[in-house]
Design a protein around this ligand. Structure first.
Ligand code: B12
Length: 209
């Protein structure tokens, strides 16, 4: 684990910020910095799961991560040469789930690659997804979920799109560390992604890029 990942795992906010500044000054790519932070936050999740950290620590890790993201996000957007719009991508975290750090990274990357992103936020009800897919005519929908308990909700969204007669016009990619081929099959999605770039590549392929 890198020193930055360790600092985040240990919730050492000052050190995290110091190391991020240092890496930026040394020309490290913002995406690589995010990857290191990811490793640290996954370790926080493990400490939480094993009972060594409590919800307070989990929340604090998210706060630290968000400060880092606020700093890095404009740089990711700026580093992109993409001006033209490849196509629309609708995304949201499903109902019952409020995790959005990963989703926001996906949103940023998509924008930097030239997608028009409609971000519905977190805890998004099924009807909202259906409404926006219909209105926007998007060819790709991304559903984010980090809790096992919200898998059925992803399936609900997909079933509702089928009932609304919209399933054929839209490819659906589910994302989150705990998604897998099994979850994809269960939900009826077209693809799954455990990291952001897979989503970008998938969306490009849907739009023939
Ligand atoms: C930070 C965090 C929180 C923060 C979230 C803050 C926020 N604004 O997001 C807070 C403190 C609010 C929180 C709350 C809870 N959490 Co929490 N949380 C985490 C933690 C530590 C990190 C998540 C994170 O941000 N990771 C960093 C990002 C960058 O990674 P990511 O989300 O995986 O996203 C990447 C990919 O997955 C992918 N991706 C994600 N979405 C999408 C979507 C698409 C379309 C695509 C293409 C790709 C994609 O791209 C991203 C970038 O590469 C995880 C641990 C873990 N291992 O994930 C637990 C974890 C997810 N939480 C957990 C739990 C249990 C909870 C609570 C129920 C705790 C409680 N008792 O209240 C609540 C639930 C609240 C709710 N209703 O949603 C469990 C879930 C267990 C499970 N499998 O069901 C985990 C795994 C911790 C654990 N090991 O126990 N949590």
């Amino acid at each position: 684990m890198t020193n930055l990942a360790e600092a985040l795992r240990d919730l050492n906010e000052d050190l995290v910020n110091e190391l991020v500044e240092e890496k930026l000054a040394n020309g490290v790519n913002p995406i690589d910095i995010i990857k290191e932070c990811n490793e640290g936050i996954v370790a926080v999740g493990e400490l939480f799961a094993s009972g060594h950290y409590y919800l307070t620590e989990l929340m604090f890790s998210a706060e630290i991560m968000q400060v880092v993201m606020e700093k890095l996000e404009p740089m990711i957007a700026k580093s992109s040469a993409a001006e033209q719009t490849i196509g629309t991508f609708v995304i949201g975290t499903v109902s019952g789930d409020i995790h959005d750090i990963g989703k926001n990274i996906v949103v940023n990357l998509l924008r930097s690659h030239g997608f028009k992103v409609i971000d519905l936020g977190v805890d998004v009800p099924v009807e909202k997804f259906v409404e926006i897919v219909r209105e926007s005519g998007t060819k790709v929908l991304g559903l984010s979920a980090l809790l096992n308990s919200t898998y059925p909700e992803m399936k609900n969204v997909i079933e509702a799109l089928t009932e609304a007669g919209l399933r054929d016009q839209v490819k659906i990619i589910i994302g989150g560390t705990i998604t897998s081929e099994t979850v994809r099959e269960f939900t009826g999605a077209d693809a799954f992604a455990t990291e952001a770039l897979t989503g970008v590549k998938y969306a490009k392929s849907v739009y023939g890029k």
